[in-house]
Design a binder for this molecule. Structure first.
Ligand code: PMP
Length: 438
């Protein structure tokens, strides 16, 4: 390929300096700052379909898709039209509205949940689901897996202590030990660890929460039967089984990851959390599940939960329009696009002699720069972050915007057409060589 002359990100650099003066680290969510890969984060001015344009005028094929939500691509005309019409009717009333009912019906129709409650972020969804599980069961211990991210909920910001069924220590300053003392952190995909935890604490466990397929340590799918095993052990001990589908919901498949193995293996979650795609690029998220559990929420039941902007009419309109447009053809397209990119990645790294493994959960995937398989967080930690940083910047210089961290999933959209995919495939071989030289 001809040598590339990357655009100097002068305008992004200037904005980043201003941002750092008034915002911690210059960003409103840490991974945006490029801390893991170095360099200047690009400030995006606009986006259309599969493409981002930054403030210096550089264009990139977007493989982040706002960290998942933009299933249809950016600025989809029908979503924009529905949102514009909704905005013209006023932006928030603090009363019930019709789009909330319609979006709830759409979610109930697609997934195993019977009732849903809307919130504004995935963090709120998991926080509320855990409170509800504790309120419903009258128990206090929560089980989670190392490497699964469920938002910045105090009780869930815990990393594994020392091994099996260790009561967790906080993963960040600011979270008191008392907040994580009731959280048990286990290695993902490890049935023996789960059995031991339930043997030790079974009658105190309110819930086990897991990403339906892990996507926040890179993509690490549950091994066959693992989610079914979790559902079963929770049921036997009277604990609730919560699947976090904030990332996978309406993304991995039309029915989320549950559509891949829940529907096949016959497990049903008691509660599910959603976010990202269901908000169509606006702040909307939800938790839902069994009617008898959801009915414990205020005002029907005693477990309190609320939100000024929950079920916001603009956000629910964007989500509803997105989900209605997300038919089988959309998922087929994204699936095929993902196969094309995954194959390109494998060929490029193989040719460059870089150890790698590409792992998928439905239409989501990521690449680990180490030998596979990666089945838990300890495996994921073997990925070569230095090589990824070199790869990331070589892709960026060639007009492809990847997640600025080796531990994130890559996302495609219905708008990733041949032109966008060609741009990715063209950039990959040089970028893989850059990784080899890192
Ligand atoms: N759960 C999962 C599985 C997620 O991927 C995320 C966000 N990446 C969250 C929860 C938190 O969602 P939010 O960032 O909207 O708070």
């Amino acid at each position: 390929n001809p040598p590339v002359t990357p655009v100097d990100p002068a305008a992004s650099r200037a904005l980043f300096e201003r941002a750092q003066a008034v915002t911690p680290g210059g960003v409103n969510s840490p991974v945006r700052a490029f801390s893991a890969v170095g360099g200047t984060p690009r400030f995006i001015r606009s986006a259309q379909g599969a493409w981002l344009t930054d403030v210096d005028g550089a264009r990139y094929v977007d493989l982040i898709c706002s960290w998942g939500p933009m299933l249809l691509g950016h600025a989809h005309p029908e979503v924009l039209a529905a949102v514009s019409a909704a905005v013209a009717r006023g932006t928030s009333y603090g009363t019930p509205t019709e789009p909330e009912v319609e979006l709830a019906e759409e979610i109930v129709a697609r997934t195993p949940v019977e009732k849903v409650r809307f919130v504004s972020s995935g963090t709120e969804a998991t926080m509320s689901a855990i409170r509800l599980a504790r309120g419903f069961t009258g128990r206090d211990v929560v089980v989670k897996f190392a490497g699964c991210y469920h938002g910045h909920v105090d009780a869930l910001l815990a990393s594994a202590g020392s091994g099996l069924a260790t009561l967790a220590v906080p993963g960040t300053p600011g979270v008191p030990e008392s907040s994580t003392a009731l959280t048990v952190v286990l290695p993902y995909n490890d049935r023996a660890a789960v059995e031991a935890a339930f043997a030790a604490h079974g009658d105190r466990i309110a819930c086990l929460i897991t990403e339906a397929a892990a996507g926040n340590m890179g993509v690490v799918p549950p091994e066959p039967g693992f989610n079914a095993f979790l559902a079963d052990i929770c049921r036997r001990h009277g604990a609730l089984f919560i699947t976090d589908e904030v990332m996978t919901g309406f993304r991995a498949t039309r029915q989320g990851y549950w559509g891949i193995d829940g529907a096949v293996e016959g497990w049903t979650p008691d509660l599910v959390t959603f976010g990202k795609v269901m908000g169509g690029g606006f702040p909307a998220a939800a938790f839902g599940g069994r009617a008898d559990v959801m009915s414990r929420l205020a005002p029907e039941g005693p477990v309190y939960q609320a939100g000024t902007l929950s079920g916001n009419p603009i956000a629910t309109t964007a989500g509803l329009t997105t989900l209605r447009l997300a038919d089988d053809a959309v998922y087929d397209h994204i699936s095929r696009a993902a196969e094309t990119v995954k194959q390109g990645i494998a060929e490029a790294f193989t040719a460059a002699g870089v150890p790698h493994v590409v792992q998928s959960a439905g239409t989501m995937f990521s690449v680990f720069l180490c030998e596979g398989p990666v089945r838990d967080f300890a495996d994921a930690s073997r990925t070569d972050v230095g090589a990824y940083a070199a790869f990331f910047h070589a892709m960026l210089d060639r007009g492809v915007y990847l997640p600025p961290s080796a531990y994130e999933a890559w996302f495609l959209s219905a708008a990733h057409d041949e032109q966008a995919l060609d741009a990715v495939l063209t950039a990959l071989p040089d970028a893989a060589r850059a990784a080899a030289q890192a």
